[in-house]
Design a protein around this ligand. Structure first.
Ligand SMILES: [Fe+2]
Length: 211
């Protein structure tokens, strides 16, 4: 494989967030690096099976298991990148500007930004291991909030992730008890980089092929 297509962990300068310690971040970056490494490992192992141009019958069990794990590792990698990328240090706000494109999209999709937020926070509080993600449908610009089990179950193909919140307990366990997830969600909102979210909004709504 082309050397440029091998994934390398990205670096994020987030030290000093509100309510999420540097210790948590360091541990979280290490976990993220594990997903990058495993994505590369799985790809390499699958490529080795394909090296002779076919998947032999006796290779099917190993090939199937590797391929099933690929969605978990790939999503584990990219969701962490979205998550780290939509936070910034030094934030003094919790909500986007009322006149911003995000607020307007939330309003047209949910009736108001506050209702969008109640839904997103509600999704984040759901019991289970996973993520809360606000997606945008590129066909019509509509925002919708989704619960993702683990990393891979519940993502909507082709939708653009706009705001991604990790609610696995490793994201907050050093600061908050498992039952204190709402406090972590509050801390997360005080660190959101709304400009980064805005940049993810689809620029040419309705112009995607097949829309
Ligand atoms: Fe995580």
């Amino acid at each position: 494989m082309d050397e440029n297509l091998i994934y390398k962990p990205r670096q994020f300068d987030l030290s000093g967030l509100n309510g999420i310690s540097d210790q948590t971040l360091e541990m979280h970056f290490k976990l993220y690096e594990g997903y990058v490494k495993e994505t590369n490992n799985l790809s390499e192992k699958i490529a080795a099976i394909l090296a002779d141009g076919k998947v032999d019958q006796e290779e099917m069990p190993a090939y199937s298991e590797l391929t099933r794990r690929l969605g978990f590792e790939y999503n584990g990698m990219v969701l962490h990148e979205y998550y780290f990328e939509n936070m910034k240090k030094g934030s003094t706000t919790t909500d986007p500007d009322k006149a911003s494109a995000f607020s307007k999209a939330a309003e047209s999709s949910f009736g108001s930004y506050d209702i969008w937020k109640a839904d997103f926070v509600g999704v984040g509080k759901m019991r289970g291991v996973g993520w809360a993600i606000c997606y945008q449908n590129p066909a019509n610009g509509r925002l919708s909030n989704h619960w993702i089990s683990l990393h891979e179950t519940g993502n909507v193909s082709g939708f653009a992730p706009v705001l991604v919140m990790d609610v696995w307990e490793h994201a907050f366990l050093l600061e908050y008890k498992p039952a204190e997830r709402p406090k972590y969600i509050e801390a997360f909102f005080s660190n959101i980089d709304w400009d980064a979210c805005e940049q993810r909004l689809v620029k040419d709504v309705g112009n995607k092929a097949g829309a």
